[in-house]
Design a protein around this ligand. Structure first.
Ligand SMILES: Cc1cc2nc3c(=O)[nH]c(=O)nc-3n(C[C@H](O)[C@H](O)[C@H](O)COP(=O)(O)O)c2cc1C
Ligand code: SF4
Ligand code: SF4
Length: 433
C-alpha cells in the first residue's frame, strides 16, 4: 500500500479517516462491539437505532433467515429485527465511552421517533452524550405503523417535518436514511433537504420474502408459525442500492453528500458506490458474513487500486462514474459487435452452447469430436451470456465489428406462411377510419 494515498474524506464537515462505516444494525449494537470494529480499522459507526424507552422493544425469535445460493452462502439476509432493545441510558453511556476512547472515530447516532417530540428528544439526547452526527431512520421496512418506519419514508411531508424538528433541536449534522421501498428516491430526499438534512444515506433493507417452508407453508423466517414481509439485505440488493445512489447523485437540485449502503462486502463494491456518488459507505451484511476484518481488505484494495491509477485522494473518486450514465435512447446504436473465442483455453464444458442455443442467438455449433464451440459470427447477438457462464476467465471476449457489418436477421421457420398472414404494418399517423 502506498503511503501517499489519502483515504480520508470530509462528510458534512466531519473528517473520516477512511470512507468505511458500520451501518446501524446488530454489528453496531454496543460499545464493546463498536470498539472492536474501530480497532480493526473502521472510521466510524452508525450506532444501532436508539429507542426512547417509551415502549419495551422485544425482538422476534428467530429474527433472520438467509438465502444461500449454490456454494455461496448469505447472498441475502431477511430480518425482522426491531430497533435497539437496550435502555436508552445504556446506549448513551456507550456513546460516552466510545467518544472518550476513540475521539478520532466518528460516532453517528441513528434515531427513530413516532412524533415530533420523540424525534427531538432522541436527537438532543444523542448530541448531549457525544454523537458527532445523527442519522434519521425513515426506513425500517417492517415497522409499519402509520407515521413510523418505512411508512414515514413514503410519507414525504413527514420526512420534512421530522427532519426540521430534529434540525431545530441540535447543532450536529443530520443524515436522512431512505427506504428503497419506493420507485423514485429523489422526491423524498428533496423533502429531507427542505427539512434541513445535511446528507442522505441509502439504502435500508428491501421488503421481501426470502423463502417459504414447504412442510408447513410458513414463509421465512418462521416465528412460531407466523412470518412477515420484511427487510432484505446483502449482495443481492447491491444493484438496488447503486441505482438509488446514482440517481440521487445525478439530481443537481438535491446536491447533498451521500452515504452508500447495500450489499457491500469488498473494496470493489465500496469503490462502485463511491464512483457513483457516495462519500462514505456503510456495511452490515458483509460483516454478518465475514466479520469486522473485511475492512483491512477494503483499505488495502482501495489504496492499491488508487496507487495503480495515480489517484491520491479518495475524494477525487466520488461521483467519477456518474457522467457516464445515460438514458438507453442516448446509446450509439450504430456501433455493434460480437463475441470472440480463444478456443485454446476451452475445457469443453459445453455451457456456452447450451445458453446460446436455448436463450440467445443460436450462433454456436458444437464440435463434439473435439468438444469445442464454433461461432457463426453473423448470428451472434452480442448478448454476452456465453461469457458470463464460461468458467474460464478471458476465453470469451467482446469484439467490435466494422461499420459495414450486418447481423443476420433471426430466421422465420416457414417463409411460405407469408401468404397466410393476417396483418397490416402499424402506421403512426394513419387517419382515423
Ligand atoms: C439484522 C438487521 C438489523 C438492522 N437494523 C437496523 C436499524 O436498527 N436501523 C437502521 O437504520 N438500519 C438497520 N438495518 C439496515 C442496515 O443498516 C442496512 O441499511 C441494510 O442492511 C443494507 O446494508 P447491507 O446490505 O450492508 O446489510 C438492519 C439490517 C439488518 C440485516
Ligand atoms: S454472445 Fe450471445 S449470441 Fe453470441 S455466442 Fe454468446 S450467447 Fe451466443
Ligand atoms: S463455456 Fe467456455 S469452457 Fe465451456 S465449452 Fe464454452 S468456451 Fe469452452
Amino acid at each position: 500500500m502506498s503511503d501517499k494515498i489519502d483515504l480520508s474524506i470530509d462528510f458534512c464537515g466531519k473528517k473520516f479517516k477512511n470512507p468505511f462505516l458500520l451501518s446501524s444494525s446488530p454489528v453496531s449494537n454496543s460499545a464493546e462491539m463498536v470498539a472492536q470494529s474501530f480497532e480493526a480499522g473502521w472510521a466510524g459507526v452508525v450506532f444501532k437505532t436508539l429507542n426512547s424507552d417509551r415502549i419495551p422493544i422485544i425482538h422476534p425469535s428467530p429474527r433472520m433467515h438467509c438465502i444461500n445460493y449454490g456454494n455461496k452462502r448469505e447472498i441475502a439476509v431477511q430480518n425482522v429485527e426491531m430497533i435497539s432493545d437496550r435502555p436508552l441510558k445504556h446506549n448513551l453511556m456507550d456513546f460516552l465511552y466510545l467518544k472518550k476512547k476513540y475521539p478520532d472515530n466518528i460516532l453517528i447516532a441513528s434515531i427513530m421517533g413516532f412524533s415530533v417530540e420523540e424525534w427531538s428528544y432522541l436527537a438532543k439526547a444523542a448530541e448531549d452524550n457525544g454523537a458527532d452526527m445523527l442519522e434519521l431512520n425513515f426506513s425500517c421496512p417492517h415497522i409499519s405503523v402509520e407515521g413510523a418506519g418505512y411508512k414515514v419514508g413514503q410519507a414525504f411531508h413527514l420526512i420534512e417535518q421530522f427532519t426540521a424538528a430534529v434540525k431545530k433541536s441540535v447543532t450536529i449534522p443530520v443524515i436522512a436514511k431512505m427506504t428503497p421501498n419506493i420507485t423514485d428516491m429523489n422526491e423524498p430526499a428533496l423533502f429531507a433537504k427542505n427539512g434541513g438534512a445535511d446528507a442522505i444515506s441509502a439504502i435500508n433493507t428491501v421488503r421481501g420474502i426470502s423463502g417459504v417452508g414447504l412442510d408447513d407453508w410458513v414463509p421465512k423466517p418462521n416465528v412460531f408459525g407466523k412470518s412477515a414481509i420484511s427487510g432484505t439485505s446483502g449482495p443481492a440488493v447491491k444493484p438496488i442500492g447503486l441505482n438509488f445512489i446514482a440517481t440521487m447523485a445525478q439530481c443537481q437540485e438535491l446536491g447533498l453528500p451521500l452515504s452508500g449502503i447495500g450489499g457491500i462486502e469488498t473494496w470493489i463494491d465500496a469503490l462502485e458506490f463511491i464512483v457513483l456518488g457516495s462519500s462514505t459507505i456503510q456495511v452490515t451484511t458483509g460483516i454478518m458474513h465475514y466479520g469486522y476484518g473485511i475492512v483491512e481488505d477494503m483499505i488495502e484494495g482501495l489504496s492499491d487500486c488508487m496507487a495503480e491509477r495515480g489517484i491520491k485522494r479518495v475524494s477525487d473518486l466520488v461521483g467519477k462514474a456518474v457522467p457516464n450514465l445515460y438514458e438507453t435512447n442516448q446509446f450509439d446504436f450504430a456501433r455493434q459487435g460480437i463475441t470472440q473465442y480463444d478456443t485454446d483455453l476451452c475445457i469443453g464444458c459445453g455451457q456456452c452452447y447450451t445458453v446460446c442455443n436455448d436463450a440467445a442467438g443460436q450462433a454456436l455449433e458444437w464440435d463434439s469430436a473435439n468438444r469445442l464451440p464454433r461461432l457463426n459470427e453473423d448470428k451472434c447477438l452480442s448478448c454476452m451470456l456465453c461469457q458470463f457462464i464460461c468458467p474460464v476467465p478471458g476465453l470469451i471476449t467482446y469484439k467490435e465489428m466494422p461499420a459495414e457489418w450486418q447481423r443476420q436477421e433471426t430466421a422465420v421457420m416457414d417463409k411460405n406462411l407469408e401468404k397466410d398472414l393476417n396483418y397490416q404494418p402499424f402506421i403512426m399517423d394513419a387517419p382515423a377510419a
